[in-house]
Design a protein around this ligand. Sequence first.
Ligand code: GCU
Length: 674
Amino acid sequence: MNYTMCWLEYRKLPENTISNLKDWFSSVSILESDASALKNEIREFSEKSLDITPRFHSRPLKKKKYIMIGSLDSLPFGIEEDPGEEGFILRTQNWNGSKILVVTGKTKRSLVYAVFDLIRRIRLGEDIEKMNVLEKPKAKFRMLNHWDNLDGSVERGYAGNSIFFKDNRIIVNQRTRDYARLLASIGINGVVINNVNVKKQEVLLIEPVYLKKLKRLADLFREYGIRLYLSINFASPMYLGGLDTADPLDERVARWWREKAREIYDYIPDFGGFLVKADSEFNPGPHMFGRDHAEGANMLARALAPFGGVVIWRAFVYNCLQDWRDYKTDRARAAYDNFKPLDGKFDDNVIVQIKYGPMDFQVREPVNPLFGGLEKTNQILELQITQEYTGQQIHLCFLGTLWKEILEFDTFAKGKGSYVKRIVDGTLFGRENNGFAGVSNVGDSVNWTGHDLAQANLYAFGKLAWNPDEDIEKIVEDWIRLTFGDDRKVLENVSYMLLKSHRTYEKYTTPFGLGWMVNPGHHYGPNPEGYEYSKWGTYHRANWEAIGVDRTSRGTGYTLQYHSPWREIFDDINTCPEDLLLFFHRVRYDHRLKSGKTLIQAMYDLHFEGVEEVEKFIRKWEELKDRVPYDVFERVRERLHTQLEHAKEWRDVINTYFYRRTGIPDEKGRKIYP
Ligand code: GCU
C-alpha cells in the first residue's frame, strides 16, 4: 500500500487492553446479510490492533461475552430509544445468559457508523463493559465536494492528482474503498466527485459511457453509506441533447432532463443528485435565458424528484467583470442580493449551498448574511477544506477553529440563539434538507492531504458536520490520538500547533478581515495589489491615509443585510469586531484600536508575531522527533520550514507595502524590508 490510513491506521494496542478485548472480538454475531463492510472493518481492527482473527456468526451465540451487530428489526429483543435514520446505539447489557455489546441502528448506513464509532471509542480507551451510547447526526447532508477533473487534475488541489479520475477515465480500486472507509468513519454521507466548473469532458459524465463505471463507484460507496452526486453543466441539453436552448421553462429542456434523470437512476438507483454552479464565473445558468435561479433549480429538481434526488444550487453568484472604478457594486452583497428575493420559491428538493462568507474562503470573513436571511429555503453551509487561501497545504493552518466560530455565530434571525449551527442542522427554521459541504483537500499523495497535519482538517470537517456542538479541542485531541497514538508530548505539542495555526496564518498574511492580497490566479503568496485593478471585485482601495471598503449603511449598505444587533454593531467602527474591521470599514492608518495601538502599528506587530509563532511551531515539532513516524516527521518538518520562509515573505511584503504607502515607521524600530 503506497498511502497511509490517516486516523484509521490501526496500531497494536497495549497488551493489558488487548487481553480484555480479545474475548469480545473473537466471535462476533452479525444479524445482517450483506455486511461485508462491517466484517471487513472489524477484521482489520482485530487483526492489526488485537492480534486475533474474529469469527463471524449470523445468529446470537451462547458465549459469556460477545458483540452482536444488527439493525433494530433483526435484534432478538426490543430497544426503546429511536436513533433516527442514521443514528446508532452501542450498549453493553445482559441478555440470555450472556453479556453482549449491542451495536444497532435502523439502517445499513447507521450500522456502518456504529462500527466505526465503536472502534474509535475502543482505540481512545473507552471501557467496552460500560458502553452506553446513543448518537445521532445533527444535519442530514454531510457532503464532500471534490473539484476533480476527468484528466486527473484537481482545481485548487494541493495533494497530488485526483483519486477518482485519470486520463479521462474513472478509477475504482482499493484506494477508493479506503477513501470510503475514511469518510464513513467521520460520518460523511455524500460525495460530489467532479469539479463545480463542468468543462467539456466532464459534461459527458452523465452519459452512458461514464455511467457504467460510475455505477461501480456508487456500488462501492453504498457499502459505506455514501451517496454519489455529480456536478452538472446547466447547458447540457445543448451540449448533449442537440437542443438550441437550455431555457428551464422550455418544455423540451425539461423533458430532456427528465429522461436524463431516468437514465442515471437506471444505473444508480440511489444517485444523490446534482450540484450546480450556475450563472457564476462564466458557467451557464438560467440568467442566460432570462430566468431566475429558482426557475432553473426547480426545473432540475422536478426531474430528480420522482427518484428521490436533490438539486444543490450554489449561491456563489456575483459580477466577476467589475470595473475597479465602480464604487457602487460590492461583491460582498451579491449572494444576498441574488438569493434573498427568491426565499420560499425553491422546491423542497432544492438546497441552496452558501459559502461561509460573502467573498471567497478568505482567512477571515464575516458570516454570509444569507444565513439568517433565508428562512424558507433549504441550506447547506459550504466550507473549504482545501487550503486555497490558507496556505495550500504547505502552511499549517487548521481550520476547525475558524469553522467552529462560524457555527457559533448568532445570526439573531429569530432572536438570541439563532446560531448558524442551528440553521444548518435545520432546527431553527424547521427544515429537513440542510447540512454541510466541504471542498475536499484530498488527492493521491501518500498522506492524502499533502501536509500530514492537514488530515486534521478533513477529520474535523466530518466531526463538526455530524455534531456542530462538539468541542473543537476534543476533536483535535481525538484526531491526534487516533493518528499518532497516546504519547502525551505529541498530544500537547500537536494540539498547541493546530489550535493556534489559523490565527497565526491570519497574523502574517491579511489580518483585520482584509483578505486577498494574494497572487492572482494561483492564489499563493503575497501580492498586495494583485487583485486591486482587476475585474473580480475584491478591492481594498488603500491610499496614503486609509484602507478598506466602507460597507456600512453610509457606504455600500452591506451591513444592512444583517439582523440587529449585528447591523448596528458592524456599522459602527467603535463596536465592529476588530478582526473584521477592514472588511466593514474604511479606516485611517492612525485609527486607535482598543489596545491603544494605531492600526498601522498593530499591522506591523501582527506580522512580526505571526512569523515568531511559526518559529515556535518548528520548535514544538522538533521536540517530537522519534515520537512520530520518521517519514511523517520529515515531511512535516520540511513543510514547516517552507512555511517559515514564506511567512517571512508575507511579513516583509505586506509591511513594506504599508510602510511605503504611509511613511509611518514601526514604533519599535524593527527593520521593514524593502
Ligand atoms: C474560487 C476558486 C475557484 C472556484 C470558485 C468556486 O473562486 O478560486 O477555483 O471555482 O471559487 O467556488 O466556484
